[in-house]
Design a protein around this ligand. Sequence first.
Ligand SMILES: O=C(O)c1ccccc1NCC(=O)[C@H](O)[C@H](O)COP(=O)(O)O
Length: 261
Amino acid sequence: MNLNYSVLKKIINFKYQEYFIEKKIYLKYIEINNIISNQFIYKFNIKINNYYIALIAEIKKTSPSLGLICNSFNPINIAKNYEKVGMTCLSIITDNYFFHGNKESLFYARIICKIPILRKDFIINEYQIYESKALSADCILLIVAALSDKKLYKLYKIAISLGLDVIIEIHNLHEFERIIKLNLKFLGINNRDLHTFETFLEITNFIYENMYKNIILITESGIINKYYLLSMLLNKINIFLIGEYFINYNEIIKNFKNFIN
Ligand SMILES: O=C(O)c1ccccc1NCC(=O)[C@H](O)[C@H](O)COP(=O)(O)O
């Protein structure tokens, strides 16, 4: 695990403090939620098996790399709109300190939306996985760059045992080698280096060209126009996680139609 001085390191350090304090707060919820979901991967699997693209639309107000993205941020309305225009799944950032997201948004979006939801946060302990379940997330993200092998494997197993889907996220081939043993069917590739914020879409294409072809890739970050998307489609990458581009405009529906057309 390489956590040299970087934003990711700051976030992870902060998470250790945050969860030291928060652990008791959600305990009540955690005891009452036993719903098995497993809908997230299923949904985008259906899309790509039928030769559609699958879009995971991310809801975030700010980010360390971009600052404020959305002025009049209403995550529940955005979630409703995204569902209405036909997004495959939602990704809701619940980190508060760095992204100004919150857990309640996910909880309420889950009540009003039928499409599956990824809880996007920096998961570093077992407790957060139970918490994700309690919030009714369908899927969690595990960032390889933020976890030791031992912890990554442990958290992955716990999440699967609770009926959560998991997207494991890598940024380079070294991280890919660290997760080979998990025998994954799906893998998230973040085009953004979370230490430096440099974003290159070629990262996904490069990893695709240098790995087994039986793993389906989800490309994440930096997709800000349809030409980027088309270039990825040529490489048979057809699951996209898109935040800034969709959220940046208030006219989400118009924007989405432009994007698809
Ligand atoms: O985006 C950041 O600034 C960031 C910083 C540190 C850790 C994670 C970060 N982003 C999370 C993401 O991966 C993106 O929000 C997601 O892939 C969507 O990216 P985009 O379409 O470029 O908004």
